[in-house]
Write a protein that binds this ligand. Structure first.
Ligand code: C5P
Length: 231
């Protein structure tokens, strides 16, 4: 009989700090990380490179189903992402690609094409799954579901800091606008809209430090799953 591997899902809106928490948890538990947003960003990048328009649902679903991508974790927990032999880890992180990802993510056939690929990441010893619908659609039977929220203004500030630290261009006013647009599209779409699973643990992180959020998640993981923590 096969034993199901445990999953911790981390969902929430753009810029809430899911990525930072997930990388930290993955390193502390020694579990791989599924960055599902990267799959939507990769789909958008590959579609744009093929000159597809972003509402060509069958065309983009085909691109999603055929993505040739590898994710390799680095020492710091960050993923190196290679698409068709090219390292696109940085190229997919710009806001333009975040917005394009959110457009292709609203297409039901694209979500369906990526579903099994995401579920295949569930392997021993366990998985940290970062996204919008990890706890509701992709892993509804996850052992622990976390959902982070924060004020939109605070999320724009965090995203701004993150982009500047990576040496990328950023404008705070544009980010506030883009985050609001992306929130609306992600929350209002017909398929797998952004929302907390009924059995998720929800945390408003607006006034919390990253360390506070990480400690909250680790304590829950230790309570719910007999996880071994790497010092
Ligand atoms: O998390 P990230 O900002 O990389 O996600 C980019 C976009 O991909 C999101 O704005 C959202 O529209 C989409 N996405 C999604 N479902 C996921 C992960 C990301 O729809 N599980």
């Amino acid at each position: 009989m096969s034993v199901r591997s445990p999953v911790i899902t981390v969902d929430g809106p753009s810029g809430v700090g899911k990525g930072t928490l997930c990388q930290w948890l993955a390193t502390r538990l020694g579990w791989p990380l599924l960055d599902s947003g990267a799959l939507y960003r990769l789909t958008a990048l590959a579609a744009l490179r093929r000159n597809l328009i972003l509402d060509d649902e069958p065309g983009i679903a085909q691109v999603a189903a055929g993505l040739s991508v590898t994710f390799t974790p680095g020492d710091d927990g960050a993923l190196q992402i290679v698409l068709d032999g090219e390292d696109v880890s940085t190229a997919i992180r710009c806001e333009k690609m975040g917005n394009a990802a959110s457009q292709v993510a609203a297409l039901p056939a694209v979500r369906a094409a990526l579903l099994q690929r995401q579920r295949d990441f569930r392997q021993p010893p366990g998985l940290i799954a970062d996204g919008r619908d990890m706890g509701t659609v992709v892993f509804p039977d996850a052992e622990l579901k976390l959902f982070l929220t924060a004020d939109a203004g605070e999320r724009a500030q965090r995203r701004y800091k993150q982009l500047i630290e990576k040496g990328m261009n950023a404008n705070l006013n544009d980010l506030v606008k883009e985050i609001a647009e992306r929130d609306a599209r992600d929350a209002q779409r017909a398929v797998a809209p952004l929302k907390a699973a009924a059995d998720a643990e929800v945390l408003d992180t607006t006034r919390l430090s990253i360390a506070d959020v990480c400690q909250w998640a680790l304590t829950l993981a230790q309570q719910r799953l007999a996880v071994r923590v790497i010092p």
